[in-house]
Design a protein around this ligand. Sequence first.
Ligand code: ADP
Ligand code: TRP
Length: 321
Amino acid sequence: MRILSGIQPSGALHLGNYFGMMQPAIALQEKGEAFYFIADYHSMTSLFDAQERRKNSLDVALDFLACGLDPKKSVFFRQSDVPEVTELAWMLSTLTPMSLLEKCTSYKDKVAKGIPVNHGLFAYPVLMAADILIYDSNVVPVGQDQKQHVEVTRDIAIKFNEAYGETFIIPEPQIRGETAKVPGLDGEKMSKSYGNTLEIFGDEKTLRKKVMGIKMDSRTPTEPKPDADKNLAIQLLKLVAPTEDAADFENRLRAGGLGYGDLKKQLFESYWTHFAAARQKRAELAANLDYVNGVLAEGATKARTLAQTVLKRARRASGLE
Ligand code: ADP
Ligand code: TRP
């Protein structure tokens, strides 16, 4: 089984990205042949700063490796190191009805928000289809927001197979459950665009301040809190603390007697400890960029070899060869 997923190099990794995307992706590398890539071509649709793209791409590589991506198990590479994918995207675009792309909610949302949209953003699902099809992927683990794009991929693959004969494997999306929606520091979904994130790697003082700054209600510490499970700090604690510890704090909050300050202190400590090993690993990797670049180069070679085989199949099928 080949598993494929991509992540855009769009900024510092936060708890939402980690529990929603990175951790499940890393767990899946035990289940099949995983291909994970840094979607730098995709980032060009909304990020227009070269230096920032370079930095973010390296950050994603460091984050992924620090969090447990094992290059012996997974093929890890930069999307743009396999330029064949853009040729396939062109071929697929000729079989993609405009109406299929006009229906895509992530595009429509951006239009509705008044974000200036470009052709790349409109054609984004076609490039994503090429990403998926060029590696003969069977399973594509994504968040709910990307499900429609995988469905578009299936439609395009079916159209290609109908027009030119069986060429592509029809992939299945694997959608992560609702529990994967990590709340941000204001209680809304954690997201860079809401400015409510808690970063995984960053300066201790700044992060402690962010946690201690979480707003709580004005009930006194002694008051029992029957809604303890709805408390944001408790919800986050459940992600980063051992189960028994989180349950203990939840019970103490429910019973009354636990102050919000102490709860937030515990949340910070648990969070800091949870990522201690990854932080250490990331520092080591950052001091050994030759290794990191070597991993990406090796991944690119493996990915490119496969991509060239599949592209050739598509070129032959469609009469380019
Ligand atoms: P952001 O919303 O911060 O810009 P992205 O859209 O770049 O994050 O998301 C990158 C990945 O992380 C996607 O797979 C997305 O589903 C996942 N993700 C982002 N925020 C959360 C969250 N709060 N809970 C769960 N998963 C999330
Ligand atoms: N669009 C995905 C996101 O923003 C990233 C991505 C690009 C991707 N190509 C992909 C995910 C192919 C899965 C498969 O999160």
